[in-house]
Design a protein around this ligand. Structure first.
Ligand code: URA
Length: 245
């Protein structure tokens, strides 16, 4: 991507000034993490993990169409009663990048596609800033159904749903995963650590040990634009990790 175009994307992100600044003495102290409370687990993490592993075996071997059909018919948790439709995922099945969010919101539940609301528009701009079009990546969520009122996913819901994402990963074989937001990061990495403490590191996901980088959720960035600069650093970090794979 030429520098002119990148400047335009960064301007759309509100990042123009940041790119002109050196990442140095002016940099803000590293954030301790978002101040949102951690979810109260109804099921122990290990229990949820065991359940997820048992489910995972059931989806193993499904191709994209069979997996999509299985997700569309899913009634494994109570969210099936309140959803308008499942939100499977969208993008290139040849993508190097897999972006993973938390769960569909109201707009995504209505349209059946992840990240189509305001947060989705910012996500598109974030991707463009590192030279990626939305169509070049694959975008999915930890949960395929919207939790009512956009509440946090319960550990049980995440454990029931994660095997679908696991199989998407097995089919896609991404070079890099980008977890956006604390909830996605904590569920994928089976941790209670803060988002701030998980950023700027290469984590590994699943049996294939896919490199995983964590950044802020675009909805959080819409509320806290001052942290967009850190998200920009995370995206550049992810791009560099991807280039090494
Ligand atoms: N937030 C998410 O985490 N995922 C979506 O698909 C939309 C908003």
């Amino acid at each position: 991507m030429n520098s002119e175009l990148r400047r335009e994307y960064l301007a759309a992100l509100g990042l123009k000034a940041w790119t002109l600044r050196a990442r140095d003495a002016h940099a803000e102290p590293f954030a301790a993490g978002e101040s949102l409370p951690a979810p109260a687990p109804a099921m122990g993490r290990q229990q949820a993990r065991d359940l997820g592993e048992a489910r995972e075996a059931r989806e193993a071997g499904l191709d994209w169409d069979a997996l999509r059909a299985r997700v569309a018919a899913c009634t494994r948790c109570g969210l099936s009663a309140t959803r308008t439709q499942t939100v499977f995922g969208v993008g290139s099945q040849q993508a190097d990048w897999l972006i993973v969010g938390e769960a569909p919101g109201a707009e995504e539940d209505r349209r059946g596609e992840p990240f189509v609301g305001r947060a989705g528009q910012l996500l598109n701009s974030m991707l463009h800033a590192v030279g990626l079009a939305r169509e070049q990546v694959y975008i999915a969520n930890v949960l395929k159904c919207r939790p009512p009122g956009n509440r946090d996913p319960s550990p049980t819901e995440a454990a029931e749903c994660l095997p679908y994402l696991e199989q998407q990963i097995a089919l896609l074989k991404p070079k890099i995963m980008l977890a956006v937001g604390r909830i996605a990061a904590q569920n994928l990495l089976h941790t209670d650590k803060t988002l701030g403490s998980l950023r700027q590191q290469v984590h590994r996901f699943g049996a294939a040990s896919v490199p995983l980088v964590v950044t802020y959720h675009p909805a959080y960035l819409l509320r806290t634009p001052a942290d967009k600069r850190k998200a920009w650093e995370d995206l550049k970090f992810a791009r560099e990790v991807c280039s090494r794979v």
